[in-house]
Design a protein around this ligand. Structure first.
Ligand SMILES: Cc1cc2nc3c(=O)[nH]c(=O)nc-3n(C[C@H](O)[C@H](O)[C@H](O)COP(=O)(O)OP(=O)(O)OC[C@H]3O[C@@H](n4cnc5c(N)ncnc54)[C@H](O)[C@@H]3O)c2cc1C
Length: 410
C-alpha cells in the first residue's frame, strides 16, 4: 500500500489548525496540506460552547470557522474522525488510530487539550460533563430537560459561563470552587468579588473554599455531590470545569521536550526536526510573562501561533510576540482581558463596579502589564497600547475613569 505524503500535516482541526492552513495559503504556500482531526466536524469555534451554543441561541453551522467549500477551494484536505496515535520524527511519519500512516515534510501539532477529570469516586457517572467539544455540549443539552439542579465544579471562566447560561435557562445552579475566590488563577480580587456578587444576584448558590469528596449516583447516574464536610448537594447533573491537560503525549513519546505542554521556541518549533506546536498545547517563553515558559488557552494565542508556524514554513519567519488577550461573556457582562496579570505588584480599580462598567489595571514596577475590562471597550483598546508601550504609568490618570487612559493627541 502506498503511503500518502503531505508537505504540511496539521494535527488537530481546531482553532490553531484552521488558522495554520489559512495562513499557509495566504502566504503563498502551494504544497499539499492535510488536517487530521479526531472530532468528526470541520474546524469550529469553541468559545460559544459555554455561551450561545449551550444556550441554544446559535446553531452549529454558525460555529464553523469556514464552510466546507473554503477548504476544498484551497486544497486543504480533511482527514476527520481520526486520531494521531504516534509520531516517528526521524522518518517524518505519523500513525493514525486506524493503523494508517502518513508522511510529512513539516508537522504542525495543534491538538489542544483534554478536560481534566475529577479523581474522586463517581467521576465517571452518567450526567457528569466536561465542556470541551460539540459532543460534550450536545450530550449535556439532551439531558437538560431532566436536570433541574446542576452542580458546576470549578469557578474558572468555563464553569462561570456555563453557570450563567444554565441560570438563564431556569436551572438552579450550585457552583463550587475549591479556592477562596473564583477566577483566582487569572484575575485579581476585585474581579472575583464582582463576579461572585453577580452570580449570586442571578440566583447561583456560589460557594468558595469547598472541596468535593465524591459524586454520588443512583442507577449509574449522578444524583448529587458530596463535600468534604459531609454535606450532600442533590443534583441531576454535574459540570466539571477544572482545566485541561495538554494533548501532547505522542510528541513526548517521540522525544520532544516538554511535559505540561510541548516546548517550543519563538517560531513555534519543537525540539523535533520539522515539528511545530501551537495553541493550548504549546509551552512557549512569553515576553508578557516576563519571559517565563507558559501555555495560553485562548483563541488569540492559537491563531497568532498558527500564523507564526505558517510563516516559518512558508519561508518568511517572524517570531511570536503578540499581546495576550481573552474575553468572557456572562449574563450581559463582557469581560475583555489584555496582557497577563500574573506577577503584578499593584492594582488599580478604575471606575465603580456598582455601575457594571469598570476596569482593573495591573501594574508591575510602575508599568501597566494587564487590564481586565468589564463592559469597558475603550479601556481595553487604550490599555492595550499602554501595555505595548511599556512606559511608566500615570497613576492618577489610571485611577480616574472620567478621563481616558491615554491623553488625546495634541
Ligand atoms: C467551552 C470553551 C469556551 C472558551 N471560551 C473562550 C473565550 O471566550 N475566549 C478565548 O479566547 N478562548 C476561549 N476558549 C479557549 C479556546 O477555545 C482555545 O484556547 C482554542 O480552541 C485553542 O485552540 P487549539 O487549536 O490549541 O485547540 P482546539 O481548538 O481545542 O483544537 C484541537 C483539536 O485537536 C483534536 N485532537 C487532539 N488530539 C488529537 C490527536 N492525537 N489526533 C487528532 N486530533 C486531535 C481535538 O479533539 C480538537 O478538535 C474556550 C474553550 C472552551 C472549551
Amino acid at each position: 500500500m502506498t503511503e500518502d505524503h503531505f508537505d504540511v500535516l496539521i494535527v488537530g482541526a481546531g482553532h490553531g489548525g484552521a488558522q495554520a492552513a489559512i495562513a499557509l495559503r495566504q502566504n503563498g504556500f502551494t504544497g499539499r496540506i492535510a488536517m487530521v482531526g479526531d472530532e468528526p466536524e470541520l474546524p469550529y469555534e469553541r468559545p460559544p460552547l459555554s455561551k450561545d451554543y449551550l444556550a441554544g441561541e446559535k446553531g452549529f453551522e454558525r460555529l464553523l470557522i469556514r464552510p466546507a467549500a473554503f477548504w476544498a477551494d484551497r486544497g486543504v484536505e480533511m482527514i476527520l474522525g481520526r486520531r494521531v496515535v504516534a509520531v516517528d520524527a526521524a522518518a517524518h511519519r505519523i500513525e493514525l488510530s486506524n493503523g494508517a500512516t502518513l508522511s510529512y515534510g513539516a508537522l504542525i501539532w495543534a491538538a489542544g487539550g483534554t478536560p481534566r477529570k475529577l479523581a474522586c469516586d463517581g467521576a465517571g457517572l452518567a450526567g457528569v460533563h466536561s465542556v470541551r467539544n460539540r459532543e460534550d455540549v450536545d450530550r449535556m443539552r439532551a439531558e437538560l430537560a431532566d436536570a433541574h439542579r446542576v452542580v458546576v465544579i470549578g469557578g474558572g471562566y468555563i464553569g462561570l459561563e456555563a453557570a450563567a447560561v444554565l441560570t438563564k435557562l431556569g436551572r438552579q445552579v450550585i457552583l463550587l470552587e475549591a479556592l477562596d475566590r473564583i477566577l483566582a488563577r487569572v484575575a485579581g480580587p476585585p474581579i472575583s468579588d464582582f463576579y461572585e456578587a453577580e452570580h449570586r444576584a442571578h440566583g447561583v448558590d456560589l460557594r468558595t473554599g469547598v472541596q468535593v469528596d465524591s459524586i454520588i449516583g443512583e442507577g449509574g447516574r449522578v444524583s448529587g455531590v458530596r463535600l468534604h464536610d459531609g454535606e450532600t448537594i442533590a443534583a441531576e447533573m454535574a459540570i466539571v470545569g477544572i482545566g485541561i491537560i495538554p494533548a501532547v503525549q505522542p510528541l513526548i513519546d517521540a522525544g520532544a521536550e516538554g511535559g505540561n505542554g510541548v516546548h517550543v521556541d519563538a517560531h513555534n518549533r519543537t525540539s523535533l526536526p520539522d515539528v511545530y506546536a501551537i495553541g493550548d498545547c504549546a509551552a512557549h517563553e512569553n515576553r508578557f510573562a516576563g519571559g517565563a515558559r507558559i501555555r495560553l488557552e485562548s483563541v488569540q494565542n492559537a491563531n497568532d501561533q498558527a500564523t507564526t508556524a505558517a510563516l516559518g514554513i512558508a519561508g518568511a519567519p517572524r517570531p511570536y510576540n503578540s499581546i495576550p488577550w481573552f474575553w468572557s461573556n456572562q449574563y450581559d457582562l463582557k469581560l475583555q482581558t489584555v496582557g497577563l496579570s500574573a506577577g503584578h505588584d499593584d492594582l488599580i480599580v478604575r471606575g465603580d463596579p456598582a455601575t457594571r462598567s469598570f476596569s482593573v489595571v495591573y501594574l508591575r514596577e510602575g508599568r501597566v502589564i494587564a487590564l481586565d475590562c468589564v463592559n469597558s471597550v475603550k479601556d481595553y483598546v487604550q490599555g492595550r497600547k499602554l501595555i505595548a508601550e511599556g512606559v511608566e504609568a500615570d497613576l492618577t490618570r489610571l485611577g480616574d475613569a472620567s478621563i481616558p487612559l491615554i491623553p488625546k493627541a495634541a
